[in-house]
Design a binder for this molecule. Structure first.
Ligand code: NAD
Length: 304
């Protein structure tokens, strides 16, 4: 049973508010530090709306305090989660403040998507308490939290963090090597790399890529991970398949030039109405609603 009750979250944007929501829904007190006045003003409303969305008691939102004063936000915290923008120097500046301002035994976690934790903690005092906790969006609907152990992170901090995540109802995964992208984003982006390459090479269009994934192995993924699947079909068959296919897969060292061309031409996806496909406002709203509906349904099914 974890003894952690006092939490701070640094950054009250999409992820910070969502993480604060999970903590508050589990009865923990949370102080959110958010420097932007507009974002600060609606943290509690966003949390209450999302609690309503998933059928939870929205009164839990009152457990979340919001402040523009970092020092007071972390003064009594036992566990601090940084969810500020994905910029290394900004995160390093925040952690250098946290090391100074938070109680010496508080655990300091970063929600970075892909930056190795050791790059954030490099040269900092008490680095043994700095850990990665990579939550997924939306934190209140996606179970996984990757718990990343950098070289300096103590086993004890990993144990406490894993226990905390379980107590919050999450599915923690201990990542033993602090590599860029950790585990799940590395696999996700290996898939995206091949998807983009197939469109760039004219093998099929973007809609076809998504149709193929959603109507084949995508349907199995919730119950059959890739390595369970390999065991299921047999490693001998897997080896025969890999002999033919692996040399053919995209192996660009950097981002695909097709992706760079799209971005340079201002085709950014939903933001501009055109990316790999063109999108109307109503198609965007429909897809977003369909995603949330799907995730809420899974959450309900898991509870029943
Ligand atoms: N969006 C996602 O799907 C997702 C998923 C997993 C992890 N992450 C990671 O979580 C972190 C936050 O992402 P987000 O999507 O919530 O971004 P966001 O832009 O929604 O929120 C970031 C918040 O940090 C605030 N901020 C700016 N400067 C700050 C500072 N110096 N100190 C504290 N807060 C500051 C901003 O005002 C903003 O409210 C990033 O590291 C991101 O890579 C994002």
């Amino acid at each position: 049973m974890d003894k952690l009750r006092q939490f701070a979250v640094i950054g009250g944007g999409l992820m910070g508010a969502g993480i604060a929501q999970v903590l508050a829904a589990a009865g923990r007190s949370v102080t959110v530090f958010e420097p932007d006045a507009a974002a600060r003003a609606n943290v509690n409303d966003r949390i209450a709306a999302n609690l309503r969305l998933i059928g939870r008691d929205e009164s839990a939102a009152v457990l979340v305090q919001v402040t523009d004063d970092l020092e007071s936000a972390v003064a009594t915290a036992q566990f601090v989660t940084e969810a500020a923008p994905e910029k290394l120097e900004l995160k390093r500046a925040i952690f250098s403040d946290l090391v100074r301002m938070a109680p010496r035994d508080a655990i300091l976690a970063s929600n970075t998507s892909v930056i190795p934790i050791s790059r954030i903690a490099d040269g900092m005092e008490t680095a043994e308490r700095i850990v990665g906790t990579h939550w997924w969006n939306p934190p209140y609907l996606i179970p996984l939290v990757e718990v990343i152990q950098a070289k300096h992170t103590s086993d004890e901090v990993i144990g406490v963090t894993m226990d905390l995540m379980r107590a919050l109802g999450k599915e923690p995964a201990h990542v033993r090597k602090d590599v860029p992208g950790f585990v799940a984003n590395r696999m996700q982006h290996a898939l995206w790399r091949e998807a983009i390459a197939m469109v760039a090479e004219g093998i099929c269009d973007a809609r076809t890529v998504d149709t193929c994934v959603k109507n084949s192995f995508g349907l199995r993924l919730p119950v059959l991970g890739p390595l369970e699947n390999a065991d299921l079909v047999g490693l001998d068959l897997t080896l025969d398949i890999h002999r033919t296919i692996i040399p053919e897969l995209d192996s660009h060292a950097g981002p695909n030039p097709y992706l760079e061309d799209q971005v340079n031409a201002g085709r950014l996806g939903f933001k501009t109405g055109e990316g790999f496909r063109t999108w109307t406002d109503s198609q965007i709203a429909e897809l977003r609603a369909s995603l949330v509906g799907h995730l809420v349904k899974i959450q309900r099914d898991l509870k029943n």
